[in-house]
Design a protein around this ligand. Structure first.
Ligand code: UD1
Length: 361
């Protein structure tokens, strides 16, 4: 069997690493695997560092499409990916998550009659102002097999009329990467370098266009972080999108003793901060899930989430700027439950994905 898997942006790398490992481990079913990197993310700190830390082999093909508007990025991936599909004719194209590369490669493969497997299928925020929601809807409409992380995703797909035979609950593949890397993450030196103590700081990540692409909102967010830093140390590795918007809006970025503003950090450092923080404040999808697994309280600065299970049974809570202080007080006073870990978030998802591909080949 020939599997071609696609990565493009930072949150894809920890979802593909476990699958490649499972393929290499499975001696019974020899698989020819081709890894395509679209090049949506390209900086050392947004891409290479994850390949190194996660032990992902160098991509067989890099499409080097880079940044651009949604249409530009999607179109460039499509143009570059089509000849790759025609040349290699895989049995499966495996796409993960909800970034532009995920949707673009799905469109190309399905029009060429190549089967597509979507890992992390069925998540819905029901908010079409989010580019990822559009990517999720298009990808799931076209993919041949929809591999879901949690039961709510199965329900979403059934409601959209997807036949049950195309849906399979496999669990959360990103948790496979977390489980495999936790020991190494615990050896991260970042906390010592920043003078942080376990449970003594807040870990902040914010990069969604809805939070950072608006001047007034981003100013309010930076003010809130300043205020938060008066209470406990805050670590905020700044995503290139956020950095770009801060510069464009001329918002002063004040690195202070208690407000530790960094560049993007690697996977192990991020896991280490997520596990050790008093709480995380984020708009990332992945960190909502990682914090649920690590039982760290999480405040998600968004009006909705495509990962409702992290709110229903995990440690996540949606927050707003005007309610942030109440929510933080609740955490600091230990008034929150430690949460539960959803079914199949157990480190065995990649094997279930591979099994599903072999069975439906
Ligand atoms: C993308 C994903 C988002 C994901 C995020 C994780 C889509 C629609 N969005 O958003 O779902 O949560 O990645 O990081 O696919 N840039 C760099 N270096 C890089 C990559 C980007 O400097 O290696 C800068 C560029 O100025 C670029 C901007 O960041 O214009 C945004 O990058 P882009 O890939 O368009 O979207 P993200 O905001 O990263």
């Amino acid at each position: 069997m020939k599997i071609l898997s696609v990565v493009g942006a930072r949150p894809n790398f920890m979802k593909i690493a476990p699958l490649i490992k499972a393929i290499n481990k499975d001696a019974l079913h020899p698989v020819e695997h081709i890894l395509v990197h679209t090049g949506q993310h390209y900086d050392q700190g947004m891409s290479n560092v994850f390949f190194n830390e996660l032990g992902i082999p160098a991509p067989d093909i890099n499409l080097q499409i880079g940044s651009g508007s949604h249409a530009e990025q999607t179109a460039r991936v499509m143009l570059a990916f089509e000849p790759v599909c025609i040349e290699h004719r895989p049995d499966w194209v495996v796409v993960v998550g909800d970034v532009n590369s995920t949707m673009a490669c799905t469109l190309v493969a399905s029009k060429l009659g190549i089967k597509v497997a979507h890992v992390e299928a069925g998540l819905r925020s029901f908010d079409r102002t989010m580019p990822e929601e559009i990517n999720r809807i298009v990808t799931d409409a076209l993919a041949d097999i929809l591999l879901t992380p949690s039961a709510d995703a199965n329900e979403n797909l059934k409601r959209e009329g997807v036949p049950e035979r195309r849906i399979r609950l496999v669990g959360n593949i990103m948790i496979d990467a977390l489980v495999a890397n936790l020991e190494r993450a615990r050896q991260s030196k970042l906390m010592a370098e920043l003078g942080l103590t376990r449970m003594g700081f807040a870990y902040v990540t914010l990069h969604r266009p809805s939070n950072v692409d608006d001047r007034a909102r981003l100013t309010q967010i930076m003010d809130a972080l300043d205020r938060l830093a008066g209470k406990l140390p805050v670590v905020f590795p700044i995503h290139p999108r956020t950095r770009g918007m801060l510069e464009e809006f001329n918002i002063p970025v004040r690195h202070e003793t208690n407000l530790k503003l960094l560049g993007p950090i690697g996977y192990h450092d991020s896991l280490c901060l997520t596990e050790s923080a008093r709480f995380v404040l984020t708009d990332s999808g992945g960190i909502q899930e990682e914090s649920t697994f690590l039982r760290t309280p999480c405040l998600t600065l968004r009006p909705n989430t495509e990962r409702p299970i992290t709110v229903e049974i995990g440690t996540n809570k949606l927050t707003r700027l005007d309610r942030l202080w109440t929510d933080i007080e609740e955490i600091l006073q230990d008034r929150r439950s430690p949460g539960q870990i959803p079914m199949y978030w157990d480190g065995g998802t990649a094997e279930r994905v591979l099994l599903a591909l072999l069975e439906t080949a």
